[in-house]
Design a protein around this ligand. Structure first.
Ligand code: KDG
Ligand code: MG
Length: 403
């Protein structure tokens, strides 16, 4: 089954997305997400200039071989741009494999390990009261697991906190990156106040999650984890920058609050110590940024050996193609933990009609052959690319801060 064509489609229905579409000689098509928030055109160009010429004429059924051809053949391995490009090819080939077999992709992975996929949503507010209201809204919408973020009192532009009445979007279009100020001590004092209130308001049943966005040093993260123990979080996410894996040992020694990390990982090489030393509880690597379904399934297999469960990144900057691919993965892997579901704008959902569904806090990928997502190219063309940047954090003295 030869690949006859591959093209890159860039569109911006509310935010930017890069999609790879592969066509075979039998007329089958496969879609792969190649969106790297804030650096979209780098991946688009990597694909169209360097990868597409390698795909035409290859056998679409050789998914594993194509993965290694693109990963090892490049010589300069890894990196977010390369791995996102490889992921897009991999997703598109699994989509085609499912369509060729007339089966949803999860059936090619050994079938379902569960009936549906537990997802968590995002609730945030500029004040404690607004955050309580947002959590209540998400609970009413059926979510059983909710990530709660609240602006630290007295601080402007807290990352991860949505603007009132708008779909939350971390990147801002137009202009240069927003610069915000980060102060560790007020944050460390406020976080337990927030979760104390949420537990008193919503009781012990609801699963609460929190994202630290890599803002702390290990001993600070240890303090945070300890202070949150009475509120038994589902997880504390990205407590420290993930480049320094040893940092997690300090956190682990001090707290029983579960730890999740990995949304910025591009492959297993960013996190295998964390998994093998059982320094984390959830690995958050995503289909789109960690080399596609082929590689993510290998990460999950390693994690399964060490009691680490999956918790795939699922922010709105991962397109509905990644969301669908993640749900096929989640339904099939044995050590699934939870799936993030931030949701997309209505414009995005119309550009990417999809088969996956939400019901009572869970999602299901649907049973259409392949991944179950289409791309309306005509509609996509009516939303041209607009440059957008993620914000940058500085400390009070002006130093660029980590995240
Ligand atoms: O592009 C960056 C976002 O995807 C990220 O900040 C969202 O941290 C995030 C999360 O957990 O969804
Ligand atoms: Mg995160």
């Amino acid at each position: 089954m030869k690949i006859t064509d591959a093209k890159v489609i860039v569109c911006s229905p509310g935010r930017n997305f890069v999609t790879l579409k592969i066509v075979t000689e039998d007329g089958l098509t496969g879609l792969g997400d190649a969106t790297l928030n804030g650096r979209e055109l780098a991946v688009a160009s990597y694909l169209s200039e360097h990868i597409v010429p390698l795909l035409v004429g290859r056998d679409a059924r050789r998914i594993e071989d194509t993965w290694h051809y693109l990963y090892k053949g490049v010589y300069w391995r890894k990196g977010a741009v390369t791995m996102t490009g490889i992921a897009a090819v991999d997703m598109a080939l699994w989509d085609i494999a499912g369509k060729a077999a007339n089966k949803p992709v999860y059936q090619l992975f050994g079938g379902a390990s569960r009936d549906d996929v537990l997802v968590y949503s995002h609730a945030s507010g500029a004040t404690l009261e607004q955050t309580v209201t947002a959590v209540a809204e998400h609970a009413r919408a059926g979510y059983r697991a909710i990530r709660a973020q609240c602006a630290v009192p007295g601080h402007q532009h807290s990352y991860g906190v949505g603007k009132p009445g708008r779909h939350y979007e971390p990147a801002e279009r137009g202009g240069l990156p927003l610069e915000s100020t980060w102060s560790t001590e007020p944050y460390l004092q406020f976080a337990p106040v927030l979760f104390d209130r949420l537990r008193r308001e919503f009781g012990p049943e609801i699963q609460l999650l929190h994202d630290v966005h890599h803002r702390l040093r290990p001993i600070e993260a240890a303090r945070l984890g300890k202070s949150l123990e009475p509120y038994h979080l589902f997880w504390m996410e990205d407590p420290v920058p993930a480049e320094l894996q040893e940092g997690f040992r300090t956190i682990r020694q001090h707290t029983t609050t579960p730890i999740a990390v990995g949304e910025v990982f591009d492959s297993i090489y960013d996190g295998y110590h964390l998994i093998q030393e059982q320094l984390i509880d959830y690995i958050r690597a995503s289909v789109v940024h960690a080399g596609g379904l082929t590689h993510l399934r290998k990460i999950a297999t390693l994690a399964e050996l060490y009691h680490v469960r999956t918790g795939c990144h699922g922010a709105s900057d991962l397109s509905p193609v990644t969301m669908a691919a993640a749900l096929h993965f989640d339904l099939s892997v044995h050590n699934f933990g939870i799936q993030e579901h931030m949701g997309h704008t209505r414009e995005t959902d119309l550009v990417f009609p999809h088969a996956y569904t939400f019901r009572e806090g869970t999602m299901y990928p649907g049973d259409r052959p392949g991944l179950g997502v289409d791309l309306d190219e005509t509609l996509a063309a009516s939303y041209p690319y607009q440059r957008a940047y993620l914000p940058v954090a500085r400390l009070e003295d002006g130093t660029i801060h980590s995240w």
